[in-house]
Design a protein around this ligand. Structure first.
Ligand code: MN
Length: 211
């Protein structure tokens, strides 16, 4: 199989003024496209036969670094685009909200903890909310294009349900060095309805693993 750049579920200017049009265009058509192209270039026939990107990443320690970097880049950006919206559900609801409140005390406290993780990631990387194999939520920050699906030494593994790209290419045109301003803008376009869909799907994936 070869991997393809997914279309955005909205126009490039849809997330204005929080994420600017030019950043979205370059991020999607140049950065994400390059991860897809370089992933396809790095696929051997054996690796191309692996039926899903999730399975490729779950065994990534066995493969060349180009698979880790570009496979991660493709997965991470594909996730990122889908959790953003011009008309987002601005608060988590239901079971997801319950688990967040149980773990962090309140949605506000959760957002503060997630923001701290995003700010503390030195250099390029991602901040994650994931569902661990025990079903519990956890926060994680990873360097480069790593993510919690990967079987990398020391990784707190699980299914990522929310991710924030903190590479400078994600915010430098509008926010320059002010990462905190970008993280703040992210909360205005994060669609909790999409995070909740991933939360429910993650539990199904974990049930399958456990059965
Ligand atoms: Mn990026």
């Amino acid at each position: 199989m070869t991997y393809e750049l997914p279309q955005l579920p909205y126009a490039y200017d849809a997330l204005e003024p929080y994420i600017d049009t030019l950043t979205m265009q370059i991020h999607h058509t140049k950065h994400h496209q390059a991860y897809v192209d370089n992933l396809n270039k790095a696929l051997t026939p054996e690796l191309a036969a692996i039926p899903s990107l999730e399975e490729l990443l779950a065994n990534v320690s066995q493969f060349p670094p180009a698979i880790r970097n570009n496979g991660g880049g493709h997965y991470n950006h594909s996730l990122f685009w889908t959790i953003l919206s011009a008309s987002p559900q601005t608060e988590p609801q239901g079971n997801l909200r319950g688990q967040i409140e149980q773990h962090w005390g309140s949605v506000e406290a959760f957002k503060k903890a997630f923001t701290q993780g995003a700010m503390a990631q030195f250099g390029s990387g991602w901040a994650w909310l994931l569902v661990q194999p025990d079903g519990q939520l956890a926060l994680l920050a990873t360097p480069n294009q790593d993510n919690p699906l990967m079987d990398i030494e020391g990784m707190n593994r699980g299914v990522p349900i929310m991710g924030l790209d903190v590479w400078e290419h994600a915010y430098y045109l509008k926010h320059q060095n002010r990462r905190a301003e970008y993280v703040d803008a992210f909360w205005s376009v994060l669609d909790w309805a999409r995070v909740d869909e991933r939360f429910v799907a993650a539990h199904r994936q974990l049930l399958v693993i456990a059965s």
